[in-house]
Design a protein around this ligand. Structure first.
Ligand SMILES: Nc1ncnc2c1ncn2[C@@H]1O[C@H](COP(=O)(O)OP(=O)(O)O)[C@@H](O)[C@H]1O
Ligand SMILES: O=C(OP(=O)(O)O)[C@H](O)COP(=O)(O)O
Length: 396
């Protein structure tokens, strides 16, 4: 991989800054509503603590002004339950109090420092050399002996705690980072035929993935669904009706033209829905493409499309999923997601990227994937063949 990992770090007795991504959905009471990302980092933290490290753990939660912008107190409490070692919470990130809390650590102890984004620098993006001169880095770099970046899900952000600290401190990839890079950077080694299921509502991202994997010859088949599938349906010449069209153009005014360009170049590899599901009088109603347009938005693929996509997965070597096929949050429109993702889990090798995609699997109880990425945007960057800022600095 060309990046130093925990195998290269002599941990015992050293103070290690560890960046994790435990940015999580919060409930109405402000407490964690889902702790999947905390679970993901337990391996790295536990290993460093077992090996005698003193850990200063850094993380962000939400974005300034947003509903989920919050302290990390509840995250520390939950990590304390998940780890076999003590972890305390410090309500400061790099002030004298924070540095004292780090200096007081014994081997096998950790402190979770306050949400890095309470400081405006951490919500800006900088080139690494400038990130290295920020206050956060300036004050923390001298009090840690090494830095471990395990925050794969934030690896596409060129922010001080991601790209600045590694410019000043010996740095290593944590186990989450290592595994994500290993899987998502080596898709070209996975068994064929390689089938991508691209759905969801981030149409522009899905087009980027489709274009990149088709251009690079990585994709044998692309199964389109969700709002992305609706855009391809419109691009194939079907009048999908105003509500579905409006939903698409609200997100991306040129979506249909982009889908047309992909279909004209790679049409034989791109599957487009044969039917869709809409809501009528509170019920799910399936509509074949010959019955379109309808005056309600298409919120799921229909049963024929789901069955056709399930067939494609029967013989798939690799399944790569990004974006749920329907509005799975509503049971009526979860059928496509349940069927298509359920079949994908049976492929010889299967990879899942995307926050909502992973949430749909948890909600519908679909298991058996080889790799469920912790990242959304970061996983997409790798799927489109781009380098991640966090990884570039670890390589240097
Ligand atoms: N046909 C559809 N119309 C509107 N929204 C859809 C449709 N299909 C799926 N979605 C929505 O897409 C959202 C997830 O898409 P996206 O953000 O692209 O996924 P991810 O977070 O995995 O990258 C879900 O909240 C789901 O309700
Ligand atoms: O949740 C995250 O990314 P994701 O929504 O792409 O999965 C990361 O924690 C990055 O957060 P950000 O998108 O506020 O920088």
């Amino acid at each position: 991989m060309g990046i130093p990992t925990l195998d290269d770090l002599a941990v015992d007795g050293t103070t290690v800054g560890v960046r994790v991504d435990i940015n999580s959905p919060l409930g109405e009471d402000g407490r964690l509503a889902d702790d999947a990302r905390l679970h993901a980092h337990v391996g790295t933290l536990q290993e460093l603590l077992d090996r005698g490290g003193k850990l200063a753990v850094l993380a962000h939660q939400g974005r300034p002004g947003g509903d989920e912008f919050a302290t990390l107190e509840d995250h520390a409490r939950r990590l304390g339950e998940l780890l076999d070692h003590p972890i305390t919470y410090c309500d400061a990130t790099f002030s004298a109090d924070a540095r004292d809390a780090i200096a007081d650590l014994d081997s096998g102890e950790a402190v979770l420092l306050e949400n890095t984004r309470f400081y405006s620098e951490e919500y800006m993006e900088f080139p690494p050399a400038e990130a290295a001169e920020t206050f956060l880095v300036d004050r923390l770099a001298p009090v840690v002996d090494a830095f471990v970046n395990d925050a794969f899900a934030a690896a596409h952000r060129s922010q001080p705690s991601i790209v600045g600290l590694p410019m000043r401190v010996d740095s290593y990839a944590g186990r989450v980072m290592e595994r994500e890079l290993d899987v998502l950077s080596n898709i070209d080694d996975t068994p064929r035929p390689r089938v991508y299921a691209l759905g969801g509502a981030k149409i522009a991202d899905a087009f980027d993935v489709a274009e990149s994997v088709l251009e690079r010859g990585l994709a044998d088949e692309i199964l389109t669904s969700g709002m992305t599938g609706n855009a391809f349906l419109a691009a194939s010449g079907v009048d999908i009706g105003e509500p579905s069209m409006d939903a698409i153009t609200d997100r991306d005014a040129t979506a249909v033209e982009q889908a047309e360009a992909l279909l004209s170049e790679y049409g034989e590899k791109i599957h487009v829905p044969e039917d869709v599901a809409v809501e009528r009088d509170g019920e799910r109603v399936e509509v074949g493409i010959d019955e379109l347009p309808v005056d309600a938005p298409a919120l799921d693929v229909g049963s024929d499309t789901a069955a056709a996509y399930v067939d494609v997965f029967e013989t798939a070597g690799t399944a790569i999923l990004n974006g749920p096929p329907g509005v799975f949050e509503e049971e009526r429109f979860a059928h496509g997601t349940r069927e298509i993702f359920g079949a994908a889990a049976n492929a010889e090798y299967s990879i899942v990227g995307g926050g909502d995609t992973a949430a749909s699997l948890r909600q519908l109880g679909i298991e058996g994937f080889d790799h469920v990425s912790t990242g959304g945007g970061a996983a997409l960057r790798l799927l489109t063949g781009d380098e991640l800022p966090a990884v570039e600095v670890l390589r240097e």
